[in-house]
Every structure is written in C-alpha cells, then in structure tokens.
Write a protein of this length. Structure first.
Length: 453
C-alpha cells in the first residue's frame, strides 16, 4: 500500500495545519560543491485546536526553500508518522502553505486526501522552533555555528533606513575598488559638515580582505599604522585631538598649552576653552551632563562628540559565514547583500559588508553615528573613483539628502616612519646575529665537553 492510499484511510480530525520554513541558525555543507550554507528548516504545525508540532525536517537541497515534492512528502509524513508517537494517524481538515507555494501536485494530493489547501502567512513565534532545531543539529555535529554568527545584529540598534543606506553605499564602494587606486598607507582626510574623519583603505589589488577604516584624528590613524608596522611600541603620546577639544567651538588644546581648557564641573567629561563657550553649549550639554552623572548615558550620546569617542570604525567584505545571523535575516528582507558585484574582483560570496566598531581593543556593534559616517565615506570614495580621481581637495554632493562631502587631502604616511623601520630592522638584524653567535659558542662549548671515545 503506498503512502497516499494509507493516508487517505486515516481518520480526519477538525484540525488546521500549517507548513512553514525558515533559514536555521547554523551552517551545513551545501549539496554539490560542499560550500557552507544556511539550511532551511521545515515545520508542520497544528494551529487548531491546540498548537503542536507535527513534523520537522531539513529542506533538500538545504540551501533552498522546499519544493513541491518535499512539501507533499512532509504532509504525508505528518499524517502517517507524527513526531509524537503517542498521537495516532489522522488527517487535518485544512493545510496552509506560504504564499507562492500552492503547487499543482500539492493541490492534487490534498484533493485526494479531502483536505482543503490554502495560503497562509507565516505564524508568529517561530524563533523558539528555529533555535531548538539549530541547537539539535549542532549537538549532533550535523551543523556548526561560528563565533560571529550569534553576535548582535546591526539592526538591533540602528534604524533600518540607516542600515539600508550603508549597505547600498558598501555595494558602490565594493564596485569602485578604491584599494586598487589608493595605497593602504595613505591617509585620506574627509570633511562632512562640521566634522572630520581620517580614512584608510583596507587591502590591495587581489587581496582577500578589503574594506575601509575611519579614525577620529590623524594621531589615531598614525598610531594604528605604527602598531601594524612596528610592534611592540612604547607608550603613545596623549591624543590631544581626541581628548581636549572645546565642546562648543571645537578648538583644540595644543601640546604647549597655548589654548587652556577647563572641564565641566558636573560630569567632568567635556572640555571648554572659556566660559562663553560653556554657556553657549549648556542647552545641548545639560541633558548629556545629567545622563552621564546618573550613569544613564546611551552609547549614541557618548559618541556624539569627538572628545568622547576614540573608536576606530572598520568595514570589511566577508563571506556569509562571517556575518551575524540577525543581519543575514534582515538583509534577506531588505536586499542588503547582493549575490555578487560584477567587476569587483572579489572572491565568490565575499560581498557581505561587515561593519565593526573597535574601542580600546574591544569590538562591538557600530552606533547610528558610526553607520552614517561609514555611509558618507563610502559614497564619497566611490564617487571620487567614478569621477576619475580628480586632484584634492574635491567635493561632491551626496545622494539621499546626505549633503556635501569634501575630500581635503591625501598623505602617504609611510615616509614618516621610514627611519623607524630602518632602525627596527637594524636592531632585529643585530639581535639575530647575536643569537647566531651565541648558538655557535654554545655548540663549541658542548662539543669540547664531550670526552673522546
């Protein structure tokens, strides 16, 4: 007796079942090339009279939603082999499938079973089912999850419109291939409104990892560059560009102390060059001051002024396995991540933009202001390449009412550290020669100590 005939003989109950499928929060090998993919979980749920799980399985192939044949088989298996063995075989009165999945074969099978087939939108509350199924696959070593997978998504703290704008800018930046036109040791100075950032490309032509880094000050840029070239470094000088800027006029306190600064007596977190500036800024600073003193200041408040945020921003292009699941899910809804970018020269699949905020050695999710600056910087860089890389300073009007971005200067910083590189190489060569001489002397002493046989 075939399964359809057997299912037709099962008694019918006044139940409504719904078939749903979602990407799971784990990675498995895709059919064919074995590349990692997020498998689609498939659930058959009884909605009425009580919400219960009838069946669950993985789509075949796992990287795609189930087709007609698997939908038919899942319903038959639900009738004949419920996941709860204590539940007897029975047919429902109605089965709902997601919109767009009313296949002809499924309709014919349901007609034979005398079951009504309808389109239903996904039921809510599936997160627990997704988490449970994913965890069971990981426990049984059928799936894996990377450390990055469960990191908080960008959309958890930034409005969807800002995220959409940033990922759109990232696609333009990826296509521009700025790293093929500008060396990594070049500092680009960008001005947007009254704020300034210093940018550096990540990667070079043919590199696996490419992207963009943004810094608050030239000192921060240079210190980061020096750490990369000359580890370990002696303690770095205090960054006056970051920590001693007037909160009202933006004037910097110089190293020589020519511009004297005073801190707010309330929160002790912001500097002013005089009483006039402090008074002029009080309307804006008053709620900040209160929030900081009370410990209730949000991350966005603490990053809203240059003096409060020495964070470095980075955006790199990664494969999907390097992305948080939350961002992949949101990206699928809003079209954040293209399948590929023609002419980008990127390795297959490495078109997922991953923004990171790094502050005092700790990585975290970028803030709204960070996302806006990344958007502006990537839009401007892509426009500069598209315009034929005109001489600097150069300005462009950004789309989406973002205003004007000015690329003020480009400076190659490698020459500034040339003498340090030579000196470090000389010291390293001397250390190596000393180690070699020491080893030779040690070998000679050891040989002399061995008695003749």
């Amino acid at each position: 007796m075939d399964e359809l005939t057997q299912a037709c003989r099962a008694p019918q109950e006044n139940e409504c079942w719904q078939l749903v499928f979602r990407p799971l929060r784990c990675w498995v090998a895709a059919d064919g090339d074995g590349a990692p993919c997020r498998p689609h979980g498939v659930w058959l749920i009884s909605l009425y009279p009580a919400t219960t799980l009838i069946r669950r399985t993985i789509a075949l192939p796992p990287e795609a939603p189930p087709g007609a044949a698997q939908i038919d088989r899942t319903v038959l298996q639900g009738i004949l082999h419920p996941i709860d063995e204590a539940v007897p075989q029975h047919r429902p009165k109605q089965v709902g499938v997601p919109p767009g999945h009313l296949h002809a074969s499924t309709a014919a099978m349901m007609a034979a079973l005398e079951v009504e087939l309808v389109e239903l939108t996904d039921a809510g509350g599936l997160d627990a089912l997704v988490a449970s199924f994913s965890a069971s696959l990981i426990r049984s070593e059928q799936g894996v999850a990377t450390e990055a997978s469960e990191q908080p998504g960008l959309a958890a703290g930034v409005a969807c419109s800002h995220c959409t704008a940033m990922f759109g800018a990232a696609a333009d930046y990826l296509l521009s291939g700025l790293w093929e036109h500008v060396a990594q040791d070049t500092r680009l100075q960008l001005r947007w409104g009254d704020d300034t950032r210093h940018a550096a490309v990540i990667g070079s032509a043919g590199a696996d990892t490419t992207g963009l880094a943004l810094f608050r000050s030239s000192t921060q840029f240079e210190n980061t560059y020096r750490r990369a070239l000359l580890p370990p470094l002696p303690p770095q000088p205090y960054d006056h560009e970051l920590r001693a800027r007037c909160g009202e006029c933006g004037k910097l306190r110089t190293v020589e102390g020519a511009v004297k600064m005073s801190r707010c007596a309330g929160c002790k977190s912001i500097w002013y060059c005089g009483g006039a500036c402090q008074k002029a800024d009080w309307k804006r600073h008053r709620p900040e001051c209160k929030a900081i003193k009370g410990g209730a200041a949000s991350a966005d408040v603490l990053s809203s002024r240059p003096a409060w945020s020495p964070a470095e921003l980075m955006l790199t292009f990664e494969a999907c396995t390097g992305m948080p699941f939350d961002d992949l899910d949101e990206g699928a809804k809003h079209g954040w991540f293209p399948e590929s970018v023609e002419g980008s020269g990127r390795r297959e699949g490495a078109v997922h933009a991953l923004p990171i905020r790094e502050e005092r050695g700790a990585a975290s999710r970028p803030l709204r202001t960070d996302v806006q600056w990344l958007t502006v910087a990537m839009r401007g860089a892509a426009a500069w390449v598209e315009a034929g890389k005109p001489p600097l300073p150069w300005s462009c009007e950004l789309p989406d009412e973002l205003g004007e971005l000015v690329m003020e200067a480009a400076e190659n910083v490698k020459a500034a550290f040339a003498s340090e590189l030579v000196e470090r190489a000389r010291i390293a060569e001397g250390d190596a020669e000393g180690d070699a001489e020491g080893d030779a002397e040690g070998d000679a002493e050891a040989a002399a100590a061995v008695p003749n046989q």
